[in-house]
Design a protein around this ligand. Structure first.
Ligand code: GUN
Length: 295
């Protein structure tokens, strides 16, 4: 069984990105810039946002974090986005989700200039992805990271049956569309399962490539996996664990112990898909910079 090491690949990617940033800085005197907006004080979101800003600095990009109070109005947030849309130093804008109840997430997604939408959440970017114009859009970071892992581990996808469990706009839908693309890289037959699917194991057992993005710890068990399948675990679930300092540990959507005896390759949690997401965010920010400056 091959462990698909997202931590290792993300470090390689960051080195590549760092070299590119340095090259562009030397040539143009400019660097890519990313702003992350966080509204309120969700502890998991604060960790993500801090990591994003830290990683940006590590690779030589400019980064700023705008922290807004939980009671921020939608108008205040949209006004902040407008300022960033018009700021030539900023090539990527990310508004951390989830947002407080008084703010309409879709209105926020629409307000971000699609050319700076490094999350790939804007309908223009998702639409371009569905239509196969991958070179002219931003691909949502988690699916993009999974594609990169499959490619760097030389996992054959052409003609394979890929089953995606989960239909979120952030992961499931873009992931399924990427695997469907008429590209050298994918060309899968794709099935999407979700909470209303009858008999999910019936579908997952047919998967050559199984992608679990459900949000339930240990949901995919070994009896749901075809021997030799490649299993990608997107889940990052906090489960109680009194033996750790924090009182919890991270567990994926896949029962790692059981499934690793059946699969031919799989991503661990942590250290699989998670580290790739930030790396692809930075890659998208670099792409935005390259497009802006016609590099
Ligand atoms: N919340 C959890 N993951 C993400 C992400 O990739 N982007 C944004 N904007 N919010 C998130």
């Amino acid at each position: 069984m091959v462990i698909i090491d997202g931590k290792k690949v993300s470090l390689e990617l960051k080195e590549e990105l760092k070299a590119s940033v340095e090259e562009y800085r030397a040539a143009t005197g400019k660097v890519p810039g990313l702003t992350v907006i966080i509204v309120g004080e969700d502890p998991a979101s604060q960790v993500y946002v801090r990591n994003k800003a830290k990683t940006c600095k590590e690779i030589g990009m400019y980064s700023s974090v705008i922290e807004l109070p939980a009671e921020t109005s939608q108008k205040e947030l949209l006004d902040t986005i407008t300022l960033l849309n018009n700021d030539p130093q900023i090539h990527g804008i990310l508004v951390q989700q989830p947002l407080p109840k008084q703010i309409d997430e879709f209105a926020v997604t629409l307000a971000i200039d699609p050319a700076k939408d490094v999350d790939g959440f804007h309908p223009e970017n998702l639409g371009r992805l569905v239509m196969g114009h991958l070179d002219k859009c931003f691909v949502s970071c988690t699916p993009y990271g999974i594609l990169e892992l499959l490619s760097r581990y030389n996992i054959e996808t052409r003609g394979k049956h890929c089953v995606v469990v989960g239909r979120s706009n952030i992961v499931g839908k873009p992931m399924a569309n990427l695997m469907l693309q008429k590209l050298d890289a994918t060309n899968c037959t794709v099935t999407i399962c979700h909470s209303a699917t009858k008999d999910i194991p019936h579908y997952t057992r047919q998967a050559d490539i199984l992608i679990a993005a459900i949000g339930k710890a240990g949901f995919i068990t070994s009896d749901m996996v075809k021997p030799g399948a490649v299993v990608i675990d997107v889940g990052i679930n906090r489960v109680e664990d009194a033996s750790t300092k924090s009182g919890y540990r991270l567990r994926g959507d896949v029962d790692y112990e059981g499934v690793s005896a059946v699969a031919s390759a799989m991503t661990p949690v942590p250290g699989g898909v998670g580290p790739m997401t930030i790396a692809m965010l930075l890659k998208n920010t670099l792409h935005s910079f390259q497009r802006t400056h016609a590099l």
